[in-house]
Ligand binder design. Structure first.
Ligand code: AMP
Ligand code: GLY
Length: 423
């Protein structure tokens, strides 16, 4: 069958690489894709948020399966758009309905969902401009640090963690006053949790689920987890601190009640659920849900599964998911992300990338790259993800770090200390 992947990051390149390996995959299209996805299939210059343009592409290319990489088209309702269109409704879309995507698109929705279904998470209150005074007073009753979250999607910038109550009050006022536009017209204030974070992914048809390999990403720009948050500087799988006992708690306390909650509410959800978790003491709590795979976690999670991703995806639509147990590759995997100088602040695009042909023993997943004439140039903050296998994660990281030094472009930066907290 012909397959369309929507998105243009390292996650989508990795998905394309994985789907390309399936005997079920005939033509593979990626919209809009990057210089790496062009090696796996055919890039098409269509914006995933332009649903009528996606429809034209799907009909023109006789697409039989659509995989949605990023959250934005899901939160905007691309799955519902397909369901409501007589020419598209028979075509499987991997990704939840807009209602399901609210687990990521609205923090207040996600918190209320967790409360209703007894899923462990930080205690919280939500406030709007009408209840600003209550919010300011509430902050004075809480202990620092204060965690303020814009309700809606804010390009990863909507969470503020502040030490001083007057600062938190000023931020609450500014968020409710439109700091993040409509995304912060509701603000969630929640209890601060202290522990180590990790990511668990499940594939669900809204009733059944399969759990993918666990991973951890490194969000801060600086070594030792310092400096600004980024989209993700690298990832590791599996994790020494996530043992069978902790995973059993994650499944019983978090995954099962989440899927049951989705089923109880009658939410149409055929796609990935990303559980952003934190281990507090010996117990897992939910920090956030996402309605898609993580990036760069995908770049270690998919290489560590030996399943056919096309068959697995199709099983969400024919009731066969329970027959598709996830098969793990028992090697460790690590990915190191090369970024543009200045990221996550301002950075230059269009720097020529060299040395890709010198890479040995790693997989290269492109993120912000594009073809320019005969060469490849940088085209985003996160440029390339270098994934390696190893008997252990330090061995895998070592290979990725070595290859990271072989690739060159003006302003290249990467963290060479990933896993520092796991040793
Ligand atoms: P989120 O967008 O909800 O994942 O939040 C972004 C980041 O903020 C998380 O990955 C955590 O590092 C941090 N964070 C969010 N909520 C909390 C919390 N309740 N306690 C401590 N850290 C948090
Ligand atoms: N790596 C975190 C995310 O994809 O949101």
């Amino acid at each position: 069958m012909n397959i369309l992947i929507l998105g243009s990051g390292g996650r989508e390149h990795c998905m394309a690489w994985k789907m390309r390996q399936s005997p079920l995959c005939h033509e593979l299209y990626i919209a809009p894709g990057n210089a790496g996805t062009a090696l796996e299939g055919i890039n098409w210059a269509v914006d995933p948020n332009d649903f009528p343009a996606v429809k034209n592409l799907v009909l023109e290319k006789n697409i039989g399966l659509v995989l949605v990489g990023p959250e934005e088209p899901l939160v905007r309702g691309i799955e519902d758009f397909f369901q409501q269109d007589t020419e598209l409704q028979h075509i499987p879309v991997v990704g939840p309905s807009a209602e399901g995507a609210r687990l990521e698109g609205s923090k207040a929705f996600a918190k209320a969902f967790m409360q209703e279904f007894g899923i462990p998470t930080a205690g919280y209150r939500e406030f709007t401009a009408e209840t600003l005074e209550d919010g300011l007073a509430y902050l004075t009753t809480q202990q620092p640090p204060f965690v303020l979250k814009a309700d809606g999607l804010a390009a990863g910038k909507g969470v503020l963690i502040l030490d001083a109550v007057d600062e938190a009050q000023a931020e609450l006022r500014s968020m409710l006053g439109g700091k993040f536009g409509a995304a912060s017209s509701t603000v969630v204030i929640e209890q601060f949790l202290s522990g180590i974070e990790f990511s668990v992914f499940a594939l669900t048809d809204g009733h059944n689920y399969q759990i993918l390999p666990v991973a951890k990403d490194y969000k801060r720009i600086g070594e030792g987890d310092t400096g600004l948050n980024t989209g993700g500087m690298g990832a590791i799988s599996p994790l020494p601190f996530v043992d069978a006992d902790l995973m059993a708690k994650v499944e019983e306390r978090i995954i099962k009640p989440t899927i049951q909650g989705i089923a109880t509410r009658g939410i149409r959800y055929r796609g990935f659920v990303f559980f952003g978790l934190i281990k507090v003491g010996n117990d897992p709590l939910v920090i956030e849900y996402n309605c898609r795979m993580g990036d760069p976690e995908t770049e270690v999670v998919l290489p560590r599964t030996t399943n056919d991703l096309v068959a697995l995806s199709m099983s969400l639509f024919d009731g066969q998911l329970s027959h598709h147990a996830i098969q793990e590759d028992h090697r460790a995997a690590a990915t190191v992300v090369l970024v543009s100088g200045g990221y996550p602040g301002d950075y230059e695009k269009g720097q020529a990338i060299s040395g890709l042909d010198l890479v040995e023993g790693s997989l290269i997943f492109h993120a912000g790259s594009k073809q320019a004439g005969a060469g490849i140039v940088t085209n985003g903050g996160r440029v390339l993800a270098i994934t390696s296998y190893g008997a252990t994660f330090p061995e895998a990281l070592n290979t990725s770090n070595q290859n990271a030094t072989r690739i060159e472009y003006e302003g290249k930066y990467f963290r060479s200390d990933l896993g520092f907290d796991l040793k």
